[in-house]
Design a protein around this ligand. Structure first.
Ligand SMILES: [Zn+2]
Length: 86
């Protein structure tokens, strides 16, 4: 049987890539018997759904999605450009 550490890693990986059926079955078996890992998997799914539904809440204040730059980065670039033009 898989250990909790392996299951938590596999649960996390399974959000980004498809894991083999045999491994998935081992994970499901573990989750059915381990309350801690089941809770971890549930929390991970909730976080993923929240991030998907409200991506703007994950961005820092003032972050410009169009340029993908923070206000600080924009200021640094602006200052560097002004310095070069002097
Ligand atoms: Zn476990």
């Amino acid at each position: 049987m898989l250990r909790c550490r392996e299951v938590s890693k596999l649960v996390s990986e399974s959000l980004d890539r498809r894991i083999p059926l045999r491994t998935r079955l081992q994970v499901w078996l573990h989750l059915a018997m381990c309350r801690l890992c089941w809770g971890f998997a549930r929390q991970l799914r909730l976080l993923r759904r929240a991030a998907h539904d409200h991506p703007e809440r994950l961005l820092p204040d003032g972050f410009d999605p169009a340029t993908k730059l923070s206000p600080q980065a924009r200021e640094r670039i602006q200052a560097a450009l002004e310095q070069q033009s002097d």
